[in-house]
Design a protein. Structure first.
Length: 319
């Protein structure tokens, strides 16, 4: 896989849903929603039907040149255990989660602690579209056109103190709408975390949309992390709190099974998970079960950009 730098991306390459889906399907949908012909300013939601509202972003920087995983697969084959452990359950049940009103509290080692209203967070920085390859530790992958902006944009604005070394993402828990919370699979709320320099990397996004629309609930509406060089579980969905810490935070999967899910969890074909090989992967929506699997690349193909973050670390120990 080759990653383009921002300078290689043409201004004309602003991706539109109609390009992926066929213009007629798009127009039919848009007409049904009363959206046809409207302008869609970046980052602005069309409030009535947030689940299908447009969220445009200019294609810029680091987009993978690979075939996109179909929208229907991206939005129906999900891991979001709060809605059940089966891949089809998030799409079935996540519509019950209310994504307005929604706030994201920024706390801990920052000078400017603040509770952001989601609509304020949406407008904090220009939206970009980034096509990222995503790989799950279970051995499957997808290529997804995300809409969002670098988490670094938020980090800079809240001014981390000199003690801030990590950043934790605490996600939503609502027993009334999240049927999966009844299962003791994880210690809820779902928490993920990064080292501060990882979170500051321009590839790490706060994601608000995909395929030119606001995130469907099952993909982590209204805001999630998108960290393409790490296994999928590092990208927490439906974030409600961002906590800056001096010490490495406890994270849900690491607490549940530390020998299976390391804190770093960088995609690494050389270090197998106890139950799944990480050497190869199956691309959802493209590769059949009988097809030879694709080779998995170190750091999921983003080594050139991110390997430097781990210079001098033993990645077999810090898996
Ligand atoms: N975030 C929350 N809150 N709960 C989860 O169960 N699952 C993770 C991650 N974020 C999860 C989560 C896992 S295991 C993966 S692979 C990705 O979300 C899947 O994201 P996707 O469904 O958008 O592909």
């Amino acid at each position: 896989m080759r990653i383009r730098t921002p300078t290689e991306i043409l201004p004309s390459e602003i991706t539109r849903r109609e390009c992926y889906e066929g213009r007629r399907v798009f127009l039919r949908r848009a007409a049904a929603l009363g959206l046809a012909g409207s302008a869609f300013p970046a980052g602005e939601l069309l409030a009535q039907n947030p689940a299908a509202a447009r969220l445009a972003g200019a294609r810029s920087g680091y987009s993978a040149i690979e075939k996109l995983t179909p929208y229907k697969d991206v939005t129906s084959y999900n891991n979001f255990y709060e809605f059940g452990t089966d891949k089809s359950q998030p799409a079935q049940f996540a519509h019950k989660m209310a994504t307005r009103p929604w706030t994201v509290a920024v706390e801990g080692e920052v000078r400017r602690k603040k509770v952001f209203d989601i609509d304020e967070l949406l407008k904090l920085a220009p939206m970009e579209e980034r096509i990222y390859r995503m790989r799950c530790v279970e051995g499957w992958s997808m290529v997804i056109p995300w809409v969002g902006y670098p988490i670094a944009e938020l980090i800079r604005r809240v001014e981390p103190t000199g003690r801030a070394k990590y950043i934790a993402f605490v996600t939503h828990t609502d027993p009334a709408s999240m049927v999966g919370l009844r299962l003791p699979v994880l210690d809820w709320p779902y928490v993920e975390a990064l080292r501060l320099d990882e979170a500051m990397h321009p590839l790490a996004l706060l994601g608000f949309g995909l395929y030119g629309e606001v995130l469907p609930n099952q993909n982590g509406a209204p805001v999630r992390m998108v960290v393409p060089w790490k296994y999928g579980f590092k990208s927490g969905k439906s974030i409600v709190k961002i906590l800056f810490t001096e010490h490495q935070p406890a994270t849900s999967w690491n607490v549940a099974a530390a020998h299976e899910y390391g804190f770093y969890s960088n995609v690494n074909p050389a270090v197998d998970h106890p139950r799944w090989s990480q050497a190869s992967e199956r691309r959802i929506g493209e590769d059949g079960f009988f097809q030879p699997k694709r080779k998995t690349l170190p750091f999921n193909g983003y080594a050139e950009q991110v390997a430097g973050l781990y210079a001098g670390m033993d990645l077999k120990k810090n898996f």
